[in-house]
Design a protein around this ligand. Structure first.
Ligand code: GDP
Ligand code: MG
Length: 177
C-alpha cells in the first residue's frame, strides 16, 4: 500500500455540510476511494475518511468528515465542526431548495468554525444538466458575496471532485505555511 512509515507533515480536517441527498457521501467516496455507488445508503457510523497527498513537497493527510444523517438544521453538533480548517458546502444543482439552504448552513458553519476556515461551495450532480434548477451565475454571485470558492461537480462522473478538494487543501496549506 506504500503508506507505512510515511511521515505526515499536516492533518487538515475538512467537513462536508449541506442538505440530505445532495451527494456529500458520494463526493467523499469519489475523492477518498475513487468509488461511486448508485444505491448509496444514508450515512451511518463512519465519521470520516482520510486521504494522504503531497502539497508543495509536504505530506498532508486530509481527514474528511461526513454527517451521519444529521442534516437537519441545527442537528449537526459542534463536535463535528471542531478543529475544521476547511468545509465543502454542498447543494444539488437540480434541487433549488438545497441551494436556498446554503445561507443557513453557512451561518451555522460560521457560528461554529474557526474564522479562517476555507470554504468551497459545491454544486453537485452536474451530469444531470438537463434538470438544472440553479443557474451557475446564481451560485457564483453567492460565492463571491460570501467569499467562498465555487465549483460544479459530478460525483457520478468524477467531474471536478479532485479539483474541488485540492483547491481547499492547497488554500489551507497556503494560509498556514
Ligand atoms: P448525502 O445524503 O448528501 O450524503 O447524499 P448521497 O451521497 O447519499 O447521494 C444521494 C443520492 O444522490 C444517491 O442516490 C446518489 O447515488 C446520488 N448522487 C450523488 N452524487 C451524484 C452525482 O454527482 N450525480 C448523480 N446523478 N447522482 C448523484
Ligand atoms: Mg450521506
Amino acid at each position: 500500500y506504500g503508506d507505512y512509515n510515511q511521515k505526515i507533515d499536516y492533518v487538515f480536517k475538512i467537513v462536508l455540510i449541506g442538505d440530505s441527498a445532495v451527494g456529500k457521501s458520494q463526493l467523499l467516496a469519489r475523492f477518498a476511494r475513487n468509488e461511486f455507488s448508485v444505491e448509496s445508503k444514508a450515512t451511518i457510523g463512519v465519521e470520516f475518511q482520510t486521504k494522504t497527498l503531497v502539497i508543495d513537497h509536504k505530506t498532508v493527510k486530509a481527514q474528511i468528515w461526513d454527517t451521519a444523517g444529521q442534516e437537519r438544521y441545527r442537528a449537526v453538533t459542534s463536535a463535528y465542526y471542531r478543529g475544521a480548517v476547511g468545509a465543502m458546502l454542498v447543494y444539488d444543482m437540480t434541487k433549488r431548495q438545497s441551494f436556498d439552504h446554503m445561507t443557513r448552513w453557512l451561518e451555522e458553519l460560521r457560528g461554529h468554525a474557526d474564522k479562517n476556515i476555507v470554504i468551497m461551495l459545491v454544486g453537485n450532480k452536474s451530469d444531470l444538466g438537463s434538470l438544472r434548477a440553479v443557474p451557475t451565475e446564481d451560485a457564483q454571485e453567492f460565492a463571491q458575496r460570501e467569499s467562498l470558492f465555487f465549483m460544479e461537480t459530478s460525483a457520478l462522473e468524477a467531474t471536478n471532485v479532485e479539483p474541488a478538494f485540492l483547491t481547499v487543501l492547497t488554500e489551507i496549506y497556503r494560509i498556514i505555511s
